[in-house]
Design a protein around this ligand. Structure first.
Ligand SMILES: Cc1ncc(COP(=O)(O)O)c(C=O)c1O
Length: 397
C-alpha cells in the first residue's frame, strides 16, 4: 500500500503522514518557509534501528543541522557523523557529547584534530596518511590513546550523479588500498592510536542498493586482513548514501528500499563479528521538509515561453543549480483544471537559478503559493546569503 507524503484534498495540498494542510502555513507569509514534520524523521530512524544487526545509527548532520532536528536524533539515541569542529560544537548545544561523534572529512586541521582528541570523541575517520601522522603527533602530545577508523575507498561506482559519488578511482575521499595498508602498518607501530574501525562511503542518493554488495565484497577480506594485524579492530562503518525517489514521495517505497538494503547487509555481514555503524543523512531527513515559496512574477517572453518566478531560488535551495537535482513542485491550492507550461525559476541574479524547465503545472497567478518537495536534506544546510535576500524561516508542524 502506498503512503504518499503529498496529497490533495479537493483543491488543497496536504503534507506528511498526518496530512497537514499547507494552506495553514502561508496565512501570515512574509518570506519562504521551510516547513518540517519531525514524525517523518522519527519513523525512518525506527525502521533502521529495528534492523537487529545494527550497532548504532549515526546521523550525517551536514544534511541538516537544525537544532530541533538534532535534538530529535539525540532523543532517539543516534550518534552523529560530523565533518568539522563547527558541527561538533553546534551539536553539543543539542545535548550530544564527544562519545557520539564520528569525525569524517578530507582536510581536518591540526586544531580540529586536537579538539577532537581532547574531547575524546568516539571515532576519527582518517582519510589520508598525513592526517594519521598528525593524529599520532597530537595523541603523543596529549598522552592519549585515540580510536581511529580508516576510511577506505573501495573504488565502487555508486551509480549516482558524478558530483555526489565519493568512491570513484579519482575521488579525493578516503584512502586507496596501498595507502590504507601503510596506515595499518603505522598504527601497528604506535601505541597511541588504535585501529577500531574500517569504513567506506560510496556517495549520496544511491538508488541501486546492489552497489553496497560490490563494496562489501571488496571490503570484507580487507577487514579480516587488517584485523589480523590490529586485533582491536571491531567496528565496521558502512557509511551512508541511501537515496530517495525525488519523483515519488512515498514512504512505503522508501521503506522497501531500506528493507532491501538491510536484507543485503544481513546476508553479507552475517559471518562478521563486528559492531556495525551507519552514517545516514539524506534518507533520514530529505522527506521531512517542504520549502514553501510564493509566485512573485509571471512573465511571458516573445517566443511564448512563460516564466514562473518564485521568491525562493538557488540561494535557499542550491541543489537544482548545483547538480541539476530534481525537486517536485506542487501548487498549494489548485485554481482549476487548466494547466500551463512554465520554466520555474528563482529570483537570484544568475541564469542557473532554475528549479525546473518546461513544467506542466496547474495555472497559477502572482501571489499564489507552491511547495517545493523533499527539501529536508542539503536544503537549508546549504543556503547562502547571496543577493542578501530576506532570510527564510524554519518552522515545525
Ligand atoms: C562520510 C560521509 N558519511 C555520510 C554521508 C551522508 O550521506 P547521505 O546523506 O547520502 O546519507 C556523507 C555525505 O556526503 C559523507 O560524506
Amino acid at each position: 500500500m502506498s503512503r504518499k507524503l503529498f496529497t490533495y484534498q479537493g483543491t488543497d495540498l496536504h503534507f506528511g503522514p498526518n496530512a497537514y494542510p499547507l494552506k495553514s502555513a502561508v496565512k501570515n507569509y512574509q518570506q519562504p518557509i521551510w516547513l518540517y514534520d519531525l514524525a517523518i524523521i522519527e519513523e525512518r530512524v525506527r525502521w533502521i534501528q529495528s534492523w537487529p544487526q545494527l550497532g548504532r545509527l549515526h546521523y550525517a548532520m551536514k544534511a541538516n543541522f537544525n537544532l530541533d532536528i538534532l535534538k530529535l536524533f539525540k532523543k532517539l539515541n543516534c550518534g552523529l557523523d560530523v565533518v568539522s569542529v563547527g558541527e561538533m560544537k553546534h551539536a553539543l548545544k543539542a545535548g550530544f557529547t564527544g562519545a557520539d561523534f564520528i569525525f569524517s572529512g578530507v582536510a581536518k586541521s591540526r586544531a580540529e584534530l586536537a579538539w577532537a582528541i581532547e574531547n575524546e570523541i568516539y571515532q576519527i575517520n582518517v582519510e589520508s596518511f598525513s592526517e594519521l601522522k598528525r593524529i599520532i603527533d597530537i595523541a603523543n602530545q596529549q598522552k592519549k590513546i585515540v580510536s581511529v577508523d580508516l576510511r577506505v575507498n573501495p573504488e565502487v561506482d555508486a551509480e549516482t550523479h558524478p558530483s555526489i559519488a565519493t568512491a570513484l578511482k579519482d575521488s579525493k575521499f578516503g584512502l586507496d588500498f596501498p595507502a590504507a595498508q601503510l596506515a595499518i602498518d603505522l598504527i601497528a607501530q604506535n601505541k597511541c592510536v588504535q585501529l577500531k574501525a574500517l569504513s567506506f562511503h560510496l556517495g549520496s542518493q544511491i538508488m541501486n542498493v546492489k552497489v553496497f554488495e560490490k563494496a562489501l565484497t571488496i571490503m570484507k577480506p580487507f577487514y579480516q586482513k587488517a584485523k589480523s594485524i590490529c586485533p582491536e579492530l571491531d567496528r565496521f562503518d558502512l557509511g551512508g548514501g541511501l537515496g530517495i525517489d525525488y519523483k515519488n514521495a512515498d514512504s512505503a517505497i522508501d521503506q522497501q528500499r531500506w528493507d532491501e538494503l538491510a536484507a543485503l547487509f544481513s546476508r553479507e555481514l552475517k559471518a562478521m563479528n563486528a559492531f556495525l555503524l551507519l552514517e545516514m543523512g539524506r534518507f533520514l531527513v530529505a522527506r521531512s521538509s517542504v520549502l514553501i515559496a510564493r509566485v512573485e512574477i509571471i512573465k511571458e517572453v516573445l517566443n511564448g515561453k512563460k516564466f514562473m518566478i518564485l521568491d525562493a531560488g538557488m540561494s535557499l535551495l542550491m541543489r537544482p543549480a548545483l547538480y541539476q537535482a530534481y525537486h517536485e513542485i506542487l501548487p498549494i491550492y489548485k485554481r482549476g483544471e487548466e494547466t500551463e507550461t512554465y520554466d520555474i525559476v528563482g529570483p537570484i541574479c544568475e541564469s542557473t537559478d532554475v528549479l525546473m524547465l518546461n513544467k506542466k503545472f496547474s495555472k497559477v497567478e502572482e501571489g499564489d503559493f507552491v511547495a517545493i518537495c523533499d527539501t529536508g536534506a542539503y536544503g537549508a544546510a546549504m543556503t547562502s546569503r547571496y543577493n542578501l535576500r530576506e532570510e527564510s524561516a524554519e518552522i515545525f508542524i
